[in-house]
Ligand binder design. Structure first.
Ligand code: 5GP
Length: 185
């Protein structure tokens, strides 16, 4: 991977800045407050981050939640992407714990594209009869959505283009970038 202040080059592809670190952090601070406000203080949020992409978003949400927020954190993993397009194939879920009955579950995604991943995950979680399931996503591509499911908390709506950075990868590279970049060509 090569990088100058505005462009990143990975395996022959060029990416340019779409959202800066400052912009991302400011929005996550707002989202954390919005999520916190939507759950009564006595309710414990069972936050489940979807790996790999959401690890940075989850960490920053935790930074900005009020420190007395009642919260449990866990991660699960599911993959439907290879390269720069969604395959639409859903692979098995790894690491989803039991014991969500009557809990308030908040699924945290890095990005929702077709929505098939989050729809599948939501259905699996619903089988455990949680009290509620809400969805937070940092990025949302409404024009790519192929399900009726709508996220409850959205960081940024973006065009249906391929993005990397801030946890999101291109063939496992680019997760370390602090800004979010979009594929240029
Ligand atoms: P969906 O099932 O909504 O089509 O895709 C969800 C998953 O695909 C995300 O969790 C993410 O891993 C991956 N994905 C979707 N769009 C992008 C994108 O623009 N860039 C990257 N790096 N991954 C994406």
């Amino acid at each position: 991977m090569q990088k100058n202040h505005k462009l990143v080059y990975i395996n022959g592809k060029t990416f340019e800045v779409l959202l800066t670190q400052t912009h991302i952090q400011a929005r996550i601070r707002e989202l954390a407050w919005q999520i916190h406000q939507s759950y009564p203080q006595e309710q414990t949020i069972y936050l489940i981050g979807v790996l790999n992409g959401a690890f940075r978003f989850v960490a920053d949400l935790l930074t900005y939640f009020p420190q007395d927020r009642q919260l449990c954190v866990d991660f699960t993993k599911i993959s439907s992407y290879a390269g720069t397009y969604s395959t639409g194939e859903i692979h098995p879920i790894i690491g989803l714990k039991q014991g969500l009955k009557n809990k308030h579950v908040l699924l945290v995604e890095d990005i929702i594209d077709t929505g098939l991943t989050i729809q599948y995950l939501t259905k699996q979680i619903q089988q455990q009869q949680p009290f509620s399931v809400k969805i937070a996503t940092l990025l949302f591509k409404p024009q790519a959505l192929r399900t009726s499911l709508q996220p409850d908390f959205i960081g940024f709506e973006i065009e249906p283009l391929f993005v990397i950075g801030y946890g999101l990868d291109y063939n496992e590279q680019g997760r370390n970038l602090n800004d979010i970049y979009v594929l240029k060509d």
